[in-house]
Design a protein around this ligand. Structure first.
Ligand code: ATP
Ligand code: MG
Length: 338
């Protein structure tokens, strides 16, 4: 199983329901690889200031994952840019996909728009680099949020195409969908994202959570509690549906909201409690894993392990493609010549 995140900020509730809970649920059943995708970060954020934050953000990602329930002995964490063979692998895949296939991916256009950048060559190649991540460890399962489905589709095509053309090297990986494929942000408009300032981080303290929930976008037409409100598309209720467990109470609140007999503040107070209840055990785990050096050691050991794995995959690809044979023949002739 391969998943991971870009070191662009702390993990948030969207990660939890889009992919992290699946990673936690499946970590014992799979060899689980957890990429810190800093090369992917460069597709939308490549200033020296962005790059200077990579190590801190990488540590934060790992600590966030451990706090949420990942066990350090079940999962291998690694830093993408420390494994140059990932680029080699991506290069070997490039001839198997057309530019127009990539240009048609709406998720890539969304990324460019949200980040306010033009479509660079690297961003267009995002799905190929991600395929290299997935295929480098020959993953069978990829737990991801909805914005990533189309990219993993490209990976599946590449795996099939490679196997068909050169011989069986890769499993065709399955997408493991989260309970909420896209969690909307506090702005109620766009998907919750580290880069959009609309997220509740898993590391936020109880007071910050309450403040952010209280400022959340709701029904803009509802300027008083006695005006009937809309539940449909209201992020506060969307979140209650995902995170709440007291269905009856939430159902009752929806009815009262639609008839104008409950204030936004009461609904938001419940939501803040619900979210804090989910985050509280993570706060305790975080203290446990905050031991200095632990996270860095995990990343260093994991990176060494994945590097070996990736080198073996690249070699298997080159053998299947015939590149190793070509090089060996040239070398033999060179040795034999006077
Ligand atoms: P960035 O703003 O830098 O793109 P991000 O918050 O979108 O960051 P990523 O690192 O791009 O996070 O995504 C990591 C994983 O989490 C992916 O599998 C992605 O699909 C999933 N994910 C991210 N945001 C959400 C969300 N709001 N709802 C569901 N899944 C999400
Ligand atoms: Mg993203």
């Amino acid at each position: 199983m391969l998943t991971g995140d870009r070191p662009t900020g702390p993990l948030h509730l969207g990660h939890l329901v889009g992919s992290l809970r699946n990673r936690i649920r499946l970590q014992a059943d799979y060899d689980a690889w957890f990429i810190i995708a800093d090369l992917h970060m460069l597709t939308t954020k490549n200033t020296p200031e962005d790059i200077a934050c990579v190590d801190k953000r990488a540590r934060d990602l790992v600590l966030d994952a451990l706090s949420a329930g990942i066990e350090p002995d079940q999962v291998v964490f690694y830093l993408q840019s420390a494994i140059p063979e990932i680029h080699e692998l991506a290069g070997l895949l490039q001839s198997l996909v057309s530019v127009s296939r990539l240009e048609r991916l709406p998720a890539l256009k969304d990324m460019a728009r949200d980040a306010g950048v033009e479509m660079s060559f690297a961003l267009l190649g995002y799905p190929i680099l991600q395929s290299a991540d997935i295929l480098s460890v020959r993953a069978n399962a990829v737990p991801v949020g909805k914005d990533n489905y189309a990219f993993v589709e490209v990976t599946r095509e590449l795996a099939r195409r490679f196997n068909g053309k050169y011989g069986e090297v890769f499993p065709v990986p399955e997408i493991i969908a989260g309970e909420a494929p896209t969690l909307v942000g506090t702005d109620g408009k766009r998907k919750m994202s580290k880069s959009l300032d609309n997220a509740i981080a898993l590391s936020d303290d109880a007071t910050t959570v309450r403040k952010k929930v209280m400022r959340m976008y709701t029904d803009p037409n509802r300027i008083r509690a006695d005006i009937p409100g809309t539940v449909e598309g209201n992020p506060v209720f969307a979140w209650l549906d995902v995170f709440g467990s007291d269905r009856e109470r939430i159902g009752e609140m929806k009815r009262r909201y639609e008839t104008g007999t409950i204030g936004d503040v009461e609904v938001k107070a419940l939501l803040a409690d619900v979210v804090n209840e989910i985050l509280e055990p993570m706060r305790e785990r975080r203290e446990r894993f905050a031991e200095p050096g632990l996270v860095d050691r995990l990343i260093v050991e994991g990176t060494a392990q994945v590097r070996l794995e990736t080198q073996a995959t690249v070699l298997a690809m080159k053998k299947a493609m015939g590149l190793t044979g070509a090089w060996n023949r040239i070398r033999r002739k060179a040795e034999r010549s006077p």
